[in-house]
Write a protein that binds this ligand. Sequence first.
Ligand code: UDP
Length: 507
Amino acid sequence: MGSSSEHIVMLPMMAQGHLIPFLALARKIHQLTRFNITIATTPLNIQYLRSSIYEDSSPTIETDSSGIHLAELLPFGSVVDQSKPSNTDLNAENLPLDRMAEIFSLTTSLEAPFRRLLLDINKKEGRPPLCTISDIFMGWAVDAAKSVGTVNVTFISTGAYGGLAYFSLWLNLPHRQADCEEFTMPGFPDRCRFHISQFHKFIRMADGADQWSRLLQPQISQTFQSFGFLCHTAEEVEPHALEWFRDYIKLPVWAIGPLLPTTMVRKSSCSGSSISKHRAGKEPGISPERCVEWLDLQSPDSVLYVSFGSQNTISPSQMMELAKGLEDSRNPFIWVIRPPLGFDMTGEFKAEWLPEGFEECISKRKQGLLVEKWAPQLDILLHKSTGAFLSHCGWNSVLESLSQGVPIIGWPLAGEQAFNSKMLMEEMGVSVELTTGHDRAIEAKEVKKVIEMVMDKNGKGGEMRKKAVEIAHKIRAAVVEEGGDQKGSSITALEDFISAILTRRFS
Ligand code: UDP
């Protein structure tokens, strides 16, 4: 399909949860078209991507580093010294939540080097790239693409429901106009009621003049001038939300997800060759093999996996109660632990953040596995012993869990996660929400109660699992690559996107 000399330039947000799907999209497009793909980002994030490309030995992913190029964007004013990243050279994973606005505001300083990159490609290849594909937080890419005579496509690396809610929320600030705590949002049908308590405190305080509104509103608005949107979901998975999203955005939306390794099928054991190395650029908290060996000793669907993604953590008091609740439930678990809020998230984990005697108790009972900082999430979710996922509802985690038919206990923390959690409960019936945010008190007995309910194979937990398995089938069907009637909707959507962008080039 297409011509091998075409070139697409990608611009992801500097955060793990964005780099991972952008790299997966780059691979997918290259695999389909043989186009050259350049991913442009700052040196620190290039390191993550580079190690991800070279370390990924999974035979199911084409490690075609020849087709995927990495271009460094040196932020305006930064010193060309890779041993000392400039203060613009951030990855959201390294930042505490209260400094997150920094990473968003600094992204605009990448515009000048990005424009230079496009001009260089234009000069070298005698024509502009076929298109640019940018993150929703880089709305300025629309004008940058136009300036060299091409178009920008926005890749929304979350789902249609979460994406629409996030857009509508920041552009309309509906809670400011509402006369009560519950209200609807432009773009959603009346049956979808949102409650102010579901919003992060940055959002609750937003009035249009605040720092976050000033950062996000212009970027989101500019994406509406894109050629279209690529959405990290599938038609079968979010049929209604995609319809609402298209109505709202009034641009083509191609649902091309989930961008997961194609042979991700739940196994009885993952020990051995198929263990993935999808972690980029860091020492892992635990070897995938050790994790899987531990899972091999547990019974099917019995283990609760607990993780808050790549850049979030919970408060010290929440951590204590979560630990007590896990211990009291006596349910086997794997918990990815990192320092609580208020401490350096990349620093050492201290035993004092957990209840006294907790580690000894769970190790004596062989009840749990504590993994510092980073776990081989895909391997854990693929394992037949994993029965539920206590998750912050980051979209990659959601897709990874649902693609394995694993139900979710939601604890959304930031971004659009609260909307993902709401959608998982209300639209899909695959999740129950334990709590939200960092500032709410939770009690161990509530944690225990929710764990028992979800792990119960017969009651509500059983129903959630059944629905999650149905969604897993839909996800598999959406990404089937064979031709004819068998071909999945997401593969067809990606082909349609490529055709549309080529037609624009040659018309
Ligand atoms: N991840 C992982 N191990 C961890 C934490 C996260 O492999 O210990 C991966 C996870 O599989 C997912 C990504 O990091 O692909 C996190 O993305 P998500 O959208 O869930 O959350 P974010 O980190 O963006 O908040």
